[in-house]
Ligand binder design. Structure first.
Ligand code: HEM
Length: 514
């Protein structure tokens, strides 16, 4: 019998497989040609670990990017600079004090932009907010409004009575507890109520609106958070098949925000808020309405700024208070030391701590700083983006490079911190100690440079007053059968990082007032 010539494509499946392999080979060659060409044209790029075709270094990132990027930087970065390709997007990872200073101070003007995002475009009406807006005239104007009129030191001080009252309400609720309470939920509600009150004054509690705001903030955080597919493969965001369902969902979320904010703005306008001539008496809606003509603000602009403030202020402050409590429970001698300070410095005629008492509580401030060092709520800041090609410490960074400053790594770098992983608030008691105002590049929980958080005073005031009251009025016990070693510090990465487990504690009221 004559031998049959081997059939090259013996079945349609085999044909399909060969075709696929051929296409993959072509794509691989194209990819290699592109990367070689781009590295030739870019000059001396920062080092990178070996990468895979198409996904680049995406497989190396994992669910806790700040931790995995710190590990990768240790192995592969030169002087704290490393280049990663996450899908289609080039990322500069910054993980040393010197490199952070170069990016956020020396070349701050180059790295002050933000990457484009479809999600932001929809929710914040074409990035017309502050935090995600590209560097330019719109961002400059919007930032000027919030720093000068909404978050100035004077404005934050004017909200003192509101903060004290909201803290008192939490204390009153906790006094009624007869067992473990969901402290995570209560602290989230407290931070949110403070923001709602600053934003909308007396109007915010109407018809349980604070609950609606809470739900919307959760939805915003879920939509904006983490490394989503579109951040790594922007071209997918342009495919209408994928784009349509996502856009639909985001548009519905935006509409809910706008309906609620429209109601609040209308109520303010109707109550003739323009008759308030004292800056101190104005909430954020009043302030923005009165600035409408000077800054050419549309109603859409006002709503976008308000939406952003709700998220930025709520999701950060409560996370910090919760981490402080966890660290103190894990270190009971430090809890006792701090309670002694707070109880000793609060006049014995007062049931609760007032803001005027806080200036004589340096250990409270040191504990908050140490918590921000170990648990910065935004461990990679908000991604920055370079607008031009730039030389950083001898390396060429191409224009439009997404830039992640790994603040978590800086804050745990053993070259800057002794016993870097230990919770030791005493390190901040020294008058010469570093501060979080953006001048000490080993400690940047609020960022630095042009994009530094404008809400530092607001956030710290919220954290201090609540924390001081929780420690002044109560001793804290873990639920039955739980020991301090059982406190789970596992965190979840998103727009901010927070603890995975809810914190349940039993408050024991301590009457200190005579
Ligand atoms: C403890 C509380 C807070 C922490 C740890 C925190 C942290 C941060 C960080 C790390 C950034 C990014 C900086 C960068 O990308 O370089 C940021 C930006 C921002 N934060 Fe905060 N924040 C806090 C509270 C607040 C509050 C209370 C507000 C407003 C009421 C606020 C409003 C903003 C805004 C608008 C931006 C964007 C700034 C810009 O892009 O120009 N933050 N914050």
């Amino acid at each position: 019998m004559m031998a049959q010539p081997p059939e090259l494509f013996s079945s349609p499946q085999a044909l399909l497989m060969y075709l696929l392999l051929f296409i993959l080979l072509l794509l691989l060659l194209r990819y290699l040609a592109c990367t070689t060409r781009s590295s030739r044209s870019h000059g001396r790029l920062p080092p990178s670990p070996p990468k895979l075709p198409f996904i680049g270094h995406l497989h190396l990132v994992g669910s806790h990017p700040h931790v995995s990027l710190a590990g990768l930087s240790e192995k592969h970065a030169a002087d704290g600079l490393m280049l990663l390709h996450l899908g289609q997007v080039r990322n500069l990872v910054v993980s040393s004090t010197r490199a952070a200073e170069a990016v956020l101070r020396t070349h701050d003007h180059v790295f002050a932009s933000r990457p484009h995002s479809l999600v932001v475009d929809v929710i914040f009406s074409g990035a017309s907010d502050v935090a995600f807006a590209p560097y330019g005239e719109h961002w400059r104007q919007a930032r000027k409004i919030i720093t000068g009129h909404l978050l100035s030191a004077k404005k934050v001080a004017s909200l003192c009575a509101a903060r004290e009252e909201e803290a008192r309400l939490v204390v009153a609720k906790l006094r009624q507890a007869r067992g473990p309470v969901d402290l995570s939920g209560m602290l989230f509600a407290f931070s949110n109520d403070i923001v709602c009150r600053a934003m909308a004054g007396k109007f915010f509690r109407a018809e349980g609106r604070n609950d609606v705001f809470r739900e919307l903030i959760h939805m915003n955080v879920a939509a904006l958070g983490g490394f989503n597919l579109e951040n790594c493969f922007p071209s997918l965001g342009n495919m209408s098949m994928l784009r349509r369902p996502v856009l639909g969902k985001l548009e519905r979320l935006k509409k809910k925000w706008h309906d609620l904010l429209d109601q609040i703005i209308d109520e303010h306008a109707a109550s003739n808020s323009s008759s308030l001539d004292q800056d101190q008496e104005r909430d954020f809606v009043d302030a923005l309405l009165s600035l409408q003509h000077d800054y050419d603000l549309t109603r859409e602009n006002i709503k976008t700024i308000l939406m952003e403030m709700f998220g930025a202020a709520t999701d950060t402050s409560y996370v910090v208070i919760e981490y402080v409590l966890c660290e103190l429970l894990r270190n009971p001698h430090l809890m006792t030391k701090l309670q002694a300070e707070v109880r000793g410095k609060t006049p014995s005629t007062q049931e609760t701590v007032k803001e005027a008492d806080l200036s004589s509580m340096p250990y409270l401030k040191a504990v908050i700083k140490e918590t921000l060092r170990l648990h910065p709520p935004a461990p990679l800041l908000i991604p920055h983006m370079s607008i031009d090609k730039c030389d950083v410490n001898g390396y060429t960074i191409p224009a439009e490079t997404r830039t992640l400053v790994n603040v978590w790594a800086l804050c745990r770098d053993t070259r800057s911190w002794e016993y870097a992983d230990e919770f030791m608030p005493e390190r901040f008691m020294d008058a010469e100690a570093v501060d979080f105002k953006g001048r000490d590049f080993q400690f940047l929980p609020f960022g630095a440079g042009r994009r530094i958080c404008p809400g530092i005073n607001f956030g710290i005031a919220t954290v201090e007053i609540m924390l001081a009251n929780l420690l002044h009025c109560f001793d804290w016990e873990l639920p039955d059968g739980m020991h301090k070693e059982d406190i789970d510090m596992t965190d979840v990465y998103g727009l901010t990082v927070r603890r995975k487990e809810k914190l349940f504690l039993t408050p024991k009221y301590v009457a200190t007032c005579v």
